[in-house]
Design a binder for this molecule. Structure first.
Ligand code: 13P
Length: 281
């Protein structure tokens, strides 16, 4: 544990504990720019069969997939036809409502497709598309305005980690986005250290817990204790069936945002069934 973490934990130490709220774990698959609409249908079908075989209870662990825009309609049709309680998410959205914004997709269009979550501020958009905190917050607000729950992605790069410790950048990114949401708005936070994404080098469960605890503590000041206690904070970055149980055993980690491992139905199904794994394995 480094100094930055110590500071946050010491600051939190004097406060009253949060009210107890049962948070439903959420396992979300971010497919990124993978799978065309036919491959998408095949994957969701296989995933649903695997979860059916395992008698998965979707009210016990919520399951969401975030396909590319071009797959959303096909996946929605499948989910509706087969009455599958898998939740549909979008990987991005426009902060604008409608108009001359070539190539962009609005929150209302996504809501019409049954999309319930939208990622905002994924590090691949912050880095590859120069998205800053202001834009990320505007996207979160646009999602909320259409009845979509924004999943605010935050995380430090390896250089940030060296310079500021693990929590400072994620905290600043989260607070900037939440500041643009109206009071009472529901949101999810996904803590994804950039150095852990796609690297095979996941954070340790303890590292993820330390940052998640700091994020929740900071939320108390801006959204109040009840909302801070109810908000789900996910970990993302090289999550696999081998390490999920360790993350899920942490008190402040409420789920996972899974990239590569969500593209394989068997592996994603095993991750969803984390309760069956030996804790800490
Ligand atoms: P990986 O699981 O492939 O590391 O990706 C994580 C991620 O970026 C999910 O949004």
């Amino acid at each position: 544990m480094n100094d930055a973490q110590n500071t946050v934990e010491t600051a939190a130490a004097g406060r009253a504990p949060l009210p107890f709220v049962q948070r439903t774990p959420l396992i979300a698959g971010n497919w990124k720019m993978n799978l065309d609409h036919l491959q998408a249908i095949a994957l969701v079908q296989k995933l649903s069969w695997s979860l059916k075989d395992a008698r998965h209870d979707y009210t016990d662990v919520e399951v969401a997939v975030f396909p590319p825009f071009t797959d959303l309609r096909s996946v929605q049709t499948l989910l509706t036809a087969d009455k599958l309680p898998i939740v549909l998410g979008a990987q991005d959205l426009s902060p604008e409502a409608a108009g001359a914004f070539t190539g962009d997709i609005s929150a209302a269009m996504l809501a019409k497709l049954g999309v319930q979550y939208a990622l905002v501020g994924h590090s691949e958009r912050r880095q590859g598309h120069a998205e800053g905190d202001e834009l990320v917050g505007a996207k979160a607000a646009a999602a909320h305005g259409a009845g979509i729950v924004p999943m605010i992605c935050v995380g430090e790069t390896a250089a940030d980690l060296e310079e500021h410790g693990p929590a400072a950048i994620p905290l600043a990114q989260m607070l900037a986005a939440v500041a643009q949401l109206p009071e009472g708005a529901e949101f999810v936070v996904a803590y994804e250290p950039v150095w852990a994404i796609g690297s095979g080098q996941a954070a340790s469960a303890e590292q993820a817990e330390a940052v998640a605890a700091s994020l929740r503590e900071a939320l108390r000041d801006v959204v109040g204790d009840d909302r801070a206690a109810a908000t789900r904070i996910l970990y993302g970055g090289s999550v696999s069936s081998q390490n999920i149980a360790g993350f899920m055993s942490q008190p402040n980690v409420d789920g996972a945002l899974v990239g590569g491992a969500s593209l394989k139905s068997d592996e994603f199904s095993r991750i969803i069934q984390f309760r069956k794994h030996v804790t800490g394995a």
